[in-house]
Write a protein that binds this ligand. Structure first.
Ligand SMILES: NC(=O)C1=CN([C@@H]2O[C@H](COP(=O)(O)OP(=O)(O)OC[C@H]3O[C@@H](n4cnc5c(N)ncnc54)[C@H](OP(=O)(O)O)[C@@H]3O)[C@@H](O)[C@H]2O)C=CC1
Ligand SMILES: O=C(O)C1=N[C@H](C(=O)O)C[C@H](O)C1
Length: 267
């Protein structure tokens, strides 16, 4: 039985993760974290479902992680970093879905993973991770004469852009083309931009309503276009992926992994 705590317990992902853990036979909910200013501290973690779980939403990271083998964290970068500091001491394995981390924060994950097992993935759905592989193949086949643009759309509450998934798509494509994303990425266009730079990878961001998460990569050539799209209509696939990631960590004592490792897609 996996003893799991959920960080960001009252967020969009936190709630579906709690619901999923409560329904999963090999998982037990042992803790629920929120930040110190949350209005939900002290409430039962299952209150939003009309259930009493006996797990009280807390901001005491050390106390919660003492009793948890796994922390599933879909919060904000500063929250994830605070949880990591404590997890290093308690040995609580982390499944991190939070996006928008800086390069320095990702370095902190790498250092911590020398002694702690961590999954860090911008998208935990199987479909998106399969899409990464499709993009790798497409980029290698369409490496001449096709302009590549990544278009993503999310709900109005999302705070980071481009999405972590869009950035990973850009990295996968750049890698397949033998480039570094930082050298070829164009994140914004406005005013007199001049013609499109050959070999660049453009990003476009849409925010609105309750869009769960749409990603399209456009390969635009002369006289034809190819589009590879993934569209999420529910957050359930992210939650199921996070549980699958926890199962993968059962046999890992250290290391930094992502969903390609979990799904056996890494070559
Ligand atoms: N990897 C993946 O598969 C996916 C990743 N994500 C990512 O997960 C993250 C959360 O997304 P979502 O659930 O939609 O966002 P929400 O804003 O709905 O949830 C975030 C939760 O974290 C809490 N929180 C905010 N700041 C802190 C902090 N400093 N410390 C601890 N907790 C904090 C929020 O509390 P409050 O509401 O009070 O601010 C809230 O409960 C985002 O980075 C998103 O991009 C999302 C879906 C899938
Ligand atoms: O904030 C979200 O909602 C999502 N964030 C992740 C990202 O930034 O890629 C994953 C998914 O697209 C939903």
């Amino acid at each position: 039985m996996m003893k799991i705590a959920i960080a960001g317990a009252t967020g969009r992902m936190g709630k579906i993760l709690i619901e999923t853990v409560l329904k999963t036979p090999d998982a037990q909910l042992v803790g629920a974290l929120e930040h110190a200013a949350s209005e939900y501290l002290g409430q039962d973690a299952g209150a939003f479902l009309g259930q009493t779980t006996g797990i009280i939403i807390s901001d005491n990271i050390a106390q919660v992680l003492e009793g948890a083998e796994y922390l599933i964290d879909f919060t904000r970068p500063e929250g994830t970093m605070a949880h990591l500091e404590v997890a290093k001491k308690t040995g609580t394995k982390m499944i991190i879905g939070t996006t928008g981390l800086t390069a320095e924060q990702i370095d902190s994950l790498k250092i911590a993973s020398q002694s702690l097992a961590i999954i860090f993935a911008p998208n935990m759905s199987i479909g998106v991770n399969a899409t990464f592989k499709l993009l790798e193949i497409a980029a290698k086949m369409l490496n001449q004469g096709y302009d590549i643009e990544v278009i993503e759309a999310h709900h109005r509450h999302k705070v980071d852009a481009p999405s972590g998934t869009a950035l990973r798509m850009g990295e996968v494509i750049a890698d397949a083309l033998g480039e570094k994303l930082a050298d070829v990425a164009v994140y914004a266009r406005e005013g007199h931009t001049g013609e499109r730079r050959a070999g660049s990878i453009g990003f476009a961001t849409i925010r609105g309503g309750d869009i769960v998460g749409d990603h399209t990569v456009l390969f635009a050539g002369e006289g034809e276009r190819i589009e590879i799209s993934h569209k999420s209509s529910s957050r359930q696939s992210y939650a199921e992926g996070a549980l699958r990631a926890a199962r993968f960590l059962q046999t890992q004592s250290s290391g930094l992994y992502d969903m390609q490792d979990v799904l056996g897609l890494r070559q």
